[in-house]
Design a protein around this ligand. Structure first.
Ligand code: GDP
Ligand code: GDP
Length: 455
């Protein structure tokens, strides 16, 4: 049994993450190929592994703990974000906008051998508006002969260009000293920043429930800024949207805006798209149209969220067009419709008027907190011991399986493995699940229980 434990409890400590949270944040931005990754690697001293903490989800780690001259800070590497589906200018502007949002200060990398480009100038306008400190890196200045190249970057109006060769290390110490100098002691952004970067939300639901309307409402002015800067109306695949002062990735929003028309097979493609969005996300918001009875298609989407093991929030939309006298009935109707997923937080809202849309972020936080939960083995077994003593498994055919031991094998979502002396029937498993939920919460997260039989 001890062997199993070692294998199963491959948990990571969250202490590092916590101490990292309040540190000032420095973002490295710039056009592709200017040398951002090379510079980041130089700061970190090595390439950190991409953390893949959810099977099937490549959640690229975007923030790294870094240190320079005895100061600790968090470094954001925007190079790996791959926002490049909109035109390059659009994605660079988007990246810059996000970086400004997430960081206390920005290192803006420009290729000195190329000189300032139009895209660079668009980014500068955005950076200026933000008011955040910017350190201008004139990269690829590999020798003193090339230092003249750097001086052309004065024209960007960001002050002194720092000549650097990220590749060879030339000047990188000086520019880091400068970055440390402009970084605040205490971060103004870190406390609202989840470790590893903003978390990923999939907004899903059958056609016409109001996904696109809700997205526009939530995105607010954010998108306007991007379009204005980039001179393009094309959407990136994922969008960073701020809810209650905290940024979230809304995944595959292009898929929501590019509407699937009512042709044959539309359902099938909608379901594939939902599936793909959920795979990328950590939490699914299932939008339901409250003005009409719930349909099987709504239930299927909810089931998709559970089947992909994502955290779940249910949002009832179009609350603005409900008759006053229908509301009490509707509440009861909804409770019956959702009897299988009573554990999911529910928000009633209106995408049209914006009513209660500010309640989404709290529901998302709750659901993800449950999804992340790890219950220490000791606590889990104390709980199960009491539970099985009070309500032992029923005797079947003269035999009574006993629960020996349990452990939480993983989180996101919480998965439990129970070791027992015989087959545990479905009803008893449900009983355990319900009691786990009563005792530990798990609001908004599916939980999985598997049983291993030991003689
Ligand atoms: P990113 O797309 O901005 O992250 O750029 P990379 O860090 O991937 O660099 C793009 C290319 O420029 C690579 O071939 C690097 O080796 C090269 N490069 C980066 N920094 C320097 C530099 O300081 N000098 C020279 N000559 N090449 C560099
Ligand atoms: P999607 O297919 O899920 O993206 O749904 P849309 O956002 O395109 O909305 C479908 C229809 O419902 C449109 O005519 C919207 O104007 C309407 N709609 C969306 N949200 C609301 C709402 O909160 N209240 C009302 N009354 N109508 C809404």
């Amino acid at each position: 049994e001890d062997e199993d434990l070692d294998v199963l409890e491959s948990g990571e400590s969250s202490e590092d993450a916590q101490s990292q949270a309040a540190l000032p944040v420095l973002a490295v931005i710039g056009r592709p190929n200017v040398g951002k990754s090379t510079l980041v690697n130089r700061v970190l001293g090595h390439r950190e592994a991409v953390v893949q903490d959810v099977p099937g989800v490549t959640r690229d780690r975007v923030m790294y703990p870094a240190e320079w001259a005895g100061r600790n800070f968090t470094l954001i590497d925007t190079g790996g974000w791959e926002l490049d589906v909109a035109g390059m200018a659009a994605s660079v502007a988007k990246q810059a906008e996000i970086a400004v949002e997430l960081a206390d200060a920005v290192m803006f990398v420009v290729d000195a051998t190329v000189g300032p480009t139009d895209t660079d100038e668009q980014v500068v306008r955005l950076l200026r508006r933000s008011g955040k400190p910017v350190v201008l890196v004139a990269n690829k200045v590999d020798s003193s002969m090339q230092e003249a190249d750097a001086t052309t970057l004065w024209s960007l109006g960001l002050g002194q260009p720092w000549p650097v060769s990220a590749l060879h290390g030339r000047g990188s110490g000086d520019v880091l000293d400068e970055a440390i100098r402009v970084l605040p002691e205490v971060s103004a952004v870190a406390d609202r920043m989840p470790e590893g970067g903003p978390r990923r939300v999939a907004l899903v639901g059958r056609p016409n429930v109001g996904k696109s309307s809700l997205l526009n409402k939530l995105a607010g002015n954010e998108r306007v800024v991007v379009d204005e800067v980039a001179g393009t109306t094309r959407d990136p695949v994922d969008e960073l949207i701020e809810l209650d002062g905290k940024p979230w990735w809304f995944v595959d929003t292009a898929g929501i805006r590019r509407r699937v028309h009512q042709t044959s097979g539309a359902d099938y493609y909608a379901s594939l798209r939902t599936r793909a969005a959920l795979e990328k996300a950590e939490v699914g918001v299932v939008l339901v149209d409250a003005s009409v009875p719930m349909t099987e298609q709504d239930t299927r989407v909810i089931q998709q969220v559970i089947d992909t093991g994502r955290a779940l929030v249910i949002a009832y939309n179009k609350w603005d067009i409900l008759d006053e006298d229908r509301r009490p009935y509707l509440e009861r109707e909804i409770e019956m419709d959702l009897v299988q997923v009573q554990w999911a937080p529910r928000v009633n809202l209106s995408a049209r008027t914006g009513w209660h849309t500010n309640r989404l972020s709290k529901a998302l936080d709750t659901a993800l907190e449950s999804w992340d939960t790890r219950i220490p083995t000791g606590r889990l077994n104390a709980f199960l011991g009491e539970l099985t003593a009070g309500h032992p498994h029923p005797v079947r055919g003269g035999r009574q399986p006993r629960i020996l031991f349990a452990t939480q094998a993983s989180n996101r979502p919480p998965r439990f493995v129970i070791f027992a002396t015989g087959f545990i029937e479905a009803g008893y498993r449900r009983f355990i699940e319900n009691r786990l939920r009563e005792n530990f919460g798990f609001t908004g997260s599916p939980i999985e229980i598997s049983v291993r039989v030991r003689e």
